[in-house]
Design a protein around this ligand. Structure first.
Ligand code: GLU
Length: 362
């Protein structure tokens, strides 16, 4: 009898153990959390971490009585590797919930709605184009300077011929038979003819033949230069026109390494530059190394409204919706508790407070 009771008690104890994972294991202990600096989700300030995701996780951890130890990773791939390899238990930053990641990991309920968006250089639609700076830019463009150089060289040849043939002509176009200043008259005439604007023509017969030939050269030169300017302008106008993801084909675009944005950009056949820190993508945009930055909208919107104000702006809406989640290795019982706490935080307004602190209007 005693033995039977003993067995029953043992079986019951086992059943209880299996059905409810011991809360003592998940609550009131230390937890290693992989994260990554990505304002405004994760910000490093005076050696401490803050930001939306950090504040949210700290609130969850406080309710679950977990002591948090953060380990920052350089990019999202490295962050996931921390969790995969068990160096940290979970990951919290701006981690998009995707079908590919869901195969290997488990995610919490979404902690923030996000999605991919495009940011380009400039002060916004209105401040973008200024005709005066457009003209100056065109005049001093590399193409124009090359053409000017070629023209200068070309001018020297007829200038010398005309000077030589015309220098002894009375009332000709070269009033001095000395090389200086005679050659300057020759050069002035040569330049004016090239621009099809010459006032006088030479008298000497061979000089007239040369002049005729040079006038034709001038017509061809002006026609080619005009065509070149028109082509440059057209390219500039086409390049200015990033309005949506379809305009990114073949364009240089920066984003972060291993991100969902990098994968989406490769699908769109853009030329992708992948950097670890999102700040390096912003810098590449300002340095004109890329035409756009494509990344998570909460991150870009925060930048465009703060540090990047007047220098970068968003075009189009989110073109791919993604949600952020907290990432776990499969089978971690903590996930259920985190989800329950997340719902509590939404219900009692704590989530909204944290949200407003980072994304609310000023
Ligand atoms: N939401 C992006 C992703 O999960 C963030 C990438 C990053 O942290 O740079 O792919």
């Amino acid at each position: 009898m005693l033995i039977a009771i003993g067995r029953l008690a043992a079986t019951l104890w086992l059943a209880v153990m299996i059905v409810s994972p011991a809360p003592a294991e998940t609550v009131g202990r230390d937890i290693m959390v992989a994260t990554r600096i990505l304002p405004p989700l994760v910000i490093e300030k005076d050696g401490a971490l803050t930001g939306f995701s950090i504040e949210l996780w700290n609130a969850i951890a406080a309710r679950l009585k977990l002591k948090v130890d953060y380990r920052p990773a350089p990019n999202v791939g490295a962050l996931l590797e921390e969790v995969r390899s068990n160096r940290t238990e979970i990951g919290v930053a701006a981690i998009s919930i995707t079908s590919v990641r869901e195969v290997e990991f488990e995610f919490s309920q979404p902690i923030l709605n996000a999605g991919l968006q495009i940011m380009i250089r400039g002060g916004g639609r209105d401040g973008d184009s200024n005709p005066l700076s457009d003209i100056l830019g065109l005049l001093f463009s590399k193409t124009s300077l090359v053409w000017l150089g070629v023209a200068l060289l070309l001018i020297l040849i007829p200038a010398h011929i005309i000077w030589f043939l015309e220098r002894r002509q009375d009332s000709g176009i070269i009033p001095s038979d000395k090389y200086i200043p005679g050659i300057f008259y020759g050069m002035y005439w040569s330049a004016a003819t090239l621009a099809t604007q010459a006032e006088n023509q030479p008298r000497q017969w061979l000089a007239r033949v040369v002049a005729l030939f040079w006038m034709f050269t001038g017509i061809v030169f002006v026609a080619l230069y005009t065509a070149q300017l028109a082509a440059t302008l057209t390219v500039q106008q086409i390049q200015g026109g990033i309005n949506g993801p379809d305009d990114l084909v073949g364009r240089k675009v920066a984003t972060t390494k291993g991100s969902t944005a990098a994968a989406a950009l490769r699908e769109l056949r853009a030329q992708v530059t992948e950097v670890s820190r999102i700040e390096d993508a912003y810098q590449a945009l300002h340095d004109r190394e890329v035409d756009a930055v494509v990344f998570d909208s909460p991150v870009l919107l925060y930048y465009a409204a703060n540090e990047g104000k007047g220098r970068a702006y968003m075009v189009g809406g989110q073109f791919r919706k993604e949600d952020y989640g907290i990432v776990f290795r499969p089978g971690n019982p903590l996930r259920r508790q985190v989800n329950a706490t997340l719902l509590q935080l939404r219900e009692d307004g704590t989530y909204q407070q944290i949200y407003d602190r980072w994304f609310g209007g000023k």
